[in-house]
Design a protein around this ligand. Structure first.
Ligand SMILES: *[C@@H]1O[C@H](CO)[C@@H](O)[C@H](O)[C@H]1NC(C)=O
Ligand SMILES: [Fe+2]
Length: 236
Protein backbone atom coordinates (compact mmCIF):
# COMPACT_ATOMS: atom_id res chain seq x y z
CA UNK A 1 0.00 0.00 0.00
CA UNK A 2 2.77 2.45 0.98
CA UNK A 3 4.66 1.39 -2.12
CA UNK A 4 1.73 2.15 -4.37
CA UNK A 5 1.27 5.48 -2.62
CA UNK A 6 4.95 6.28 -3.02
CA UNK A 7 4.84 5.43 -6.72
CA UNK A 8 1.84 7.64 -7.29
CA UNK A 9 3.58 10.47 -5.43
CA UNK A 10 6.69 10.05 -7.54
CA UNK A 11 4.67 9.97 -10.74
CA UNK A 12 2.75 13.11 -9.84
CA UNK A 13 5.94 14.88 -8.84
CA UNK A 14 7.68 13.83 -12.07
CA UNK A 15 4.83 15.10 -14.21
CA UNK A 16 4.85 18.41 -12.34
CA UNK A 17 8.61 18.70 -12.59
CA UNK A 18 8.55 18.00 -16.34
CA UNK A 19 5.95 20.63 -16.88
CA UNK A 20 7.87 23.14 -14.80
CA UNK A 21 11.04 22.29 -16.76
CA UNK A 22 9.30 22.84 -20.06
CA UNK A 23 8.10 26.21 -18.86
CA UNK A 24 11.42 27.32 -17.46
CA UNK A 25 13.27 26.23 -20.65
CA UNK A 26 11.31 28.75 -22.59
CA UNK A 27 12.05 31.63 -20.34
CA UNK A 28 15.52 31.20 -18.84
CA UNK A 29 19.11 30.81 -20.03
CA UNK A 30 21.04 27.56 -19.82
CA UNK A 31 22.86 28.17 -16.50
CA UNK A 32 19.78 28.97 -14.51
CA UNK A 33 17.94 26.06 -16.14
CA UNK A 34 20.54 23.68 -14.67
CA UNK A 35 20.22 25.39 -11.31
CA UNK A 36 16.49 25.11 -11.46
CA UNK A 37 16.65 21.43 -12.42
CA UNK A 38 18.93 20.62 -9.48
CA UNK A 39 16.69 22.51 -7.11
CA UNK A 40 13.65 20.62 -8.35
CA UNK A 41 15.51 17.32 -8.16
CA UNK A 42 16.31 17.97 -4.51
CA UNK A 43 12.74 18.92 -3.77
CA UNK A 44 11.59 15.76 -5.52
CA UNK A 45 13.89 13.53 -3.47
CA UNK A 46 12.84 15.22 -0.26
CA UNK A 47 9.15 14.86 -1.04
CA UNK A 48 9.65 11.25 -1.99
CA UNK A 49 11.44 10.54 1.30
CA UNK A 50 8.63 12.05 3.30
CA UNK A 51 6.04 10.12 1.21
CA UNK A 52 4.34 13.46 1.10
CA UNK A 53 2.45 14.38 -2.04
CA UNK A 54 2.70 18.13 -2.06
CA UNK A 55 2.67 19.29 -5.65
CA UNK A 56 2.18 23.00 -5.95
CA UNK A 57 -0.65 23.85 -8.29
CA UNK A 58 -1.16 27.08 -10.11
CA UNK A 59 -2.84 29.83 -8.16
CA UNK A 60 -6.56 29.19 -7.90
CA UNK A 61 -8.57 31.72 -9.83
CA UNK A 62 -10.44 33.58 -7.12
CA UNK A 63 -11.53 36.77 -8.75
CA UNK A 64 -15.12 35.85 -9.54
CA UNK A 65 -16.95 34.64 -6.38
CA UNK A 66 -19.42 37.36 -5.44
CA UNK A 67 -21.77 35.94 -2.81
CA UNK A 68 -21.97 38.03 0.36
CA UNK A 69 -20.55 36.57 3.56
CA UNK A 70 -23.80 36.58 5.63
CA UNK A 71 -25.55 34.74 2.81
CA UNK A 72 -22.78 32.15 2.52
CA UNK A 73 -22.77 31.61 6.28
CA UNK A 74 -26.54 31.14 6.32
CA UNK A 75 -26.25 28.66 3.48
CA UNK A 76 -23.71 26.67 5.49
CA UNK A 77 -26.11 26.63 8.45
CA UNK A 78 -28.95 25.51 6.20
CA UNK A 79 -26.84 22.61 4.93
CA UNK A 80 -26.39 21.50 8.53
CA UNK A 81 -30.16 21.81 9.13
CA UNK A 82 -30.92 19.55 6.15
CA UNK A 83 -28.43 16.99 7.42
CA UNK A 84 -29.99 17.15 10.86
CA UNK A 85 -33.44 16.52 9.38
CA UNK A 86 -32.03 13.63 7.38
CA UNK A 87 -30.51 11.90 10.40
CA UNK A 88 -33.62 12.59 12.49
CA UNK A 89 -35.79 10.84 9.88
CA UNK A 90 -33.30 7.99 9.78
CA UNK A 91 -33.80 7.52 13.54
CA UNK A 92 -37.57 7.43 13.05
CA UNK A 93 -37.24 4.96 10.18
CA UNK A 94 -35.11 2.71 12.39
CA UNK A 95 -37.70 2.90 15.17
CA UNK A 96 -40.54 1.78 12.88
CA UNK A 97 -38.29 -0.95 11.50
CA UNK A 98 -37.72 -2.67 14.87
CA UNK A 99 -39.41 -6.03 15.05
CA UNK A 100 -41.42 -5.04 18.13
CA UNK A 101 -42.90 -1.95 16.44
CA UNK A 102 -42.96 -3.30 12.88
CA UNK A 103 -44.67 -0.61 10.83
CA UNK A 104 -43.12 -1.06 7.38
CA UNK A 105 -45.19 1.75 5.83
CA UNK A 106 -43.93 4.32 8.34
CA UNK A 107 -40.40 2.92 8.09
CA UNK A 108 -40.31 3.28 4.32
CA UNK A 109 -41.85 6.75 4.53
CA UNK A 110 -39.10 7.96 6.86
CA UNK A 111 -36.25 6.21 5.01
CA UNK A 112 -37.40 8.07 1.91
CA UNK A 113 -37.65 11.36 3.83
CA UNK A 114 -34.11 10.86 5.19
CA UNK A 115 -32.80 10.36 1.66
CA UNK A 116 -34.59 13.48 0.40
CA UNK A 117 -33.19 15.64 3.21
CA UNK A 118 -29.66 14.43 2.53
CA UNK A 119 -30.17 15.35 -1.13
CA UNK A 120 -31.34 18.83 -0.09
CA UNK A 121 -28.07 19.20 1.81
CA UNK A 122 -26.00 17.94 -1.14
CA UNK A 123 -27.71 20.31 -3.57
CA UNK A 124 -26.81 23.29 -1.38
CA UNK A 125 -23.19 22.12 -1.19
CA UNK A 126 -23.19 21.86 -4.99
CA UNK A 127 -24.70 25.32 -5.24
CA UNK A 128 -21.93 26.85 -3.09
CA UNK A 129 -19.39 25.05 -5.23
CA UNK A 130 -21.01 26.31 -8.45
CA UNK A 131 -20.78 29.89 -7.15
CA UNK A 132 -17.12 29.46 -6.22
CA UNK A 133 -17.86 29.75 -2.51
CA UNK A 134 -16.56 26.35 -1.46
CA UNK A 135 -12.92 27.33 -1.43
CA UNK A 136 -10.63 26.21 1.34
CA UNK A 137 -12.37 24.19 4.02
CA UNK A 138 -15.35 22.00 4.74
CA UNK A 139 -14.64 22.23 8.46
CA UNK A 140 -17.96 22.83 10.27
CA UNK A 141 -19.84 22.31 7.02
CA UNK A 142 -20.80 18.67 7.55
CA UNK A 143 -21.25 17.56 11.14
CA UNK A 144 -23.01 14.52 12.47
CA UNK A 145 -25.91 15.86 14.52
CA UNK A 146 -27.42 14.37 17.67
CA UNK A 147 -31.03 13.42 17.17
CA UNK A 148 -34.06 12.71 19.29
CA UNK A 149 -35.00 9.09 19.82
CA UNK A 150 -38.34 8.08 21.28
CA UNK A 151 -40.89 5.32 21.40
CA UNK A 152 -42.89 7.05 18.68
CA UNK A 153 -46.46 6.14 17.89
CA UNK A 154 -47.42 6.80 14.28
CA UNK A 155 -49.16 10.06 15.24
CA UNK A 156 -46.28 11.23 17.44
CA UNK A 157 -43.78 10.63 14.62
CA UNK A 158 -45.87 12.53 12.08
CA UNK A 159 -46.30 15.39 14.53
CA UNK A 160 -42.55 15.50 15.21
CA UNK A 161 -41.95 15.48 11.47
CA UNK A 162 -44.39 18.35 11.06
CA UNK A 163 -42.60 20.35 13.77
CA UNK A 164 -39.25 19.67 12.13
CA UNK A 165 -40.51 20.74 8.69
CA UNK A 166 -41.97 23.93 10.17
CA UNK A 167 -38.55 24.78 11.60
CA UNK A 168 -36.85 24.04 8.30
CA UNK A 169 -39.35 26.23 6.44
CA UNK A 170 -38.69 29.10 8.83
CA UNK A 171 -34.97 28.63 8.43
CA UNK A 172 -35.26 28.76 4.61
CA UNK A 173 -37.32 31.95 4.82
CA UNK A 174 -34.64 33.52 7.04
CA UNK A 175 -31.97 32.36 4.60
CA UNK A 176 -33.88 33.98 1.74
CA UNK A 177 -34.15 37.20 3.72
CA UNK A 178 -30.42 37.18 4.44
CA UNK A 179 -29.53 36.56 0.80
CA UNK A 180 -31.86 39.34 -0.36
CA UNK A 181 -29.47 41.62 1.48
CA UNK A 182 -30.06 45.10 2.80
CA UNK A 183 -27.76 47.24 0.67
CA UNK A 184 -27.99 48.35 -2.92
CA UNK A 185 -25.87 45.52 -4.36
CA UNK A 186 -26.37 42.83 -1.72
CA UNK A 187 -29.19 40.91 -3.33
CA UNK A 188 -28.57 37.45 -4.67
CA UNK A 189 -31.59 36.98 -6.89
CA UNK A 190 -30.38 33.77 -8.43
CA UNK A 191 -30.08 31.96 -5.10
CA UNK A 192 -33.25 33.57 -3.72
CA UNK A 193 -35.18 32.41 -6.78
CA UNK A 194 -33.80 28.88 -6.42
CA UNK A 195 -34.64 28.71 -2.71
CA UNK A 196 -38.12 30.11 -3.23
CA UNK A 197 -39.01 28.10 -6.31
CA UNK A 198 -37.49 24.75 -5.35
CA UNK A 199 -36.96 24.58 -1.57
CA UNK A 200 -39.95 26.57 -0.26
CA UNK A 201 -42.20 24.99 -2.86
CA UNK A 202 -41.29 21.52 -1.62
CA UNK A 203 -41.56 22.57 2.04
CA UNK A 204 -45.09 23.91 1.66
CA UNK A 205 -46.33 20.86 -0.23
CA UNK A 206 -44.61 18.58 2.29
CA UNK A 207 -46.23 20.34 5.21
CA UNK A 208 -49.66 20.09 3.59
CA UNK A 209 -49.15 16.37 3.02
CA UNK A 210 -48.10 15.78 6.62
CA UNK A 211 -51.07 17.76 7.95
CA UNK A 212 -53.40 15.63 5.83
CA UNK A 213 -51.79 12.41 7.04
CA UNK A 214 -52.10 13.47 10.68
CA UNK A 215 -55.80 14.25 10.21
CA UNK A 216 -56.53 10.95 8.49
CA UNK A 217 -54.61 8.90 11.03
CA UNK A 218 -56.31 10.65 13.95
CA UNK A 219 -59.72 9.96 12.42
CA UNK A 220 -58.90 6.30 11.84
CA UNK A 221 -57.56 5.85 15.36
CA UNK A 222 -60.46 7.62 17.02
CA UNK A 223 -62.82 4.97 15.65
CA UNK A 224 -60.49 1.96 15.32
CA UNK A 225 -57.62 2.49 17.79
CA UNK A 226 -54.48 0.46 17.04
CA UNK A 227 -56.22 -1.13 14.05
CA UNK A 228 -56.46 2.38 12.59
CA UNK A 229 -52.68 2.78 12.76
CA UNK A 230 -52.16 -0.71 11.32
CA UNK A 231 -54.41 0.06 8.33
CA UNK A 232 -52.90 3.50 7.84
CA UNK A 233 -49.41 1.95 7.76
CA UNK A 234 -50.53 -0.54 5.10
CA UNK A 235 -51.74 2.32 2.95
CA UNK A 236 -48.68 4.65 3.22
C1 LIG B 1 -43.55 1.68 23.30
O1 LIG B 1 -44.91 2.05 23.25
C2 LIG B 1 -45.76 0.95 23.09
C3 LIG B 1 -47.18 1.48 22.88
O2 LIG B 1 -47.50 2.51 23.77
C4 LIG B 1 -45.66 0.03 24.32
O3 LIG B 1 -46.52 -1.08 24.18
C5 LIG B 1 -44.21 -0.43 24.43
O4 LIG B 1 -44.03 -1.20 25.57
C6 LIG B 1 -43.26 0.76 24.46
N1 LIG B 1 -41.90 0.26 24.35
C7 LIG B 1 -40.92 0.72 25.11
C8 LIG B 1 -39.58 0.13 24.87
O5 LIG B 1 -41.09 1.57 25.97
FE1 LIG C 1 -35.23 19.67 3.31
Amino acid sequence: MMKVFASICLLVVLVAVNQAQAESLVSTNHGSVMQELNKQKNEKVQENENLNCNVRTNAIFKAWPDMKTPCVNSMRKQIQKEIHASVQYLAMAAHFSTDTVNRPGFAEHFFKAAKEEREHGSKLVEYLSMRGELTDTVKNLIQVPTVKTANWSGIAALEDAFKLETEVTKSIRDLIKTCEGTGKDDNDYHLVDYLTGVYLEEQLHGQRELAGQITTLEKMMSTHGELGEFLFDKNM
